[in-house]
Write a new protein. Sequence first.
Length: 137
Amino acid sequence: MILNLGVLGTIANENPTNLTVLVMDNRNYLGSHKKEPGMPTATGGKMKLQEVAKGCGIASSHLVQDVAMFREKVQMALKNDGPHFICAQVEALDPERPPKTKHAAGPAREQDINSQNTSREPKAYRFSAGSRQFLAD
């Protein structure tokens, strides 16, 4: 999102009523697959994506930092015409992510991938404001 903010102006100009943009913001580069957060993004400082979206013309722009607000804003977006922009601040790290590999995809790699997680359970993310979780498909 940060590398192509112009898309927010395009969304506002086109005004699609059936669009909700949901950003999971961990406020760092590469932190989701390392044991420590990566370099901070602009949102790790003063930038507020929901305010950028609002400034571009997306009136329904929200920041969520807990489970209750996340559910409330997603349900609101599903019930009302958009466009909507929801920025969820999540923890900087994803300790449950499979390890990064340099192997090319092939039969052996596909077997590794298939054996890592065969469950169909949704991915759990943690909000940065606490230890409560919400689920995302």
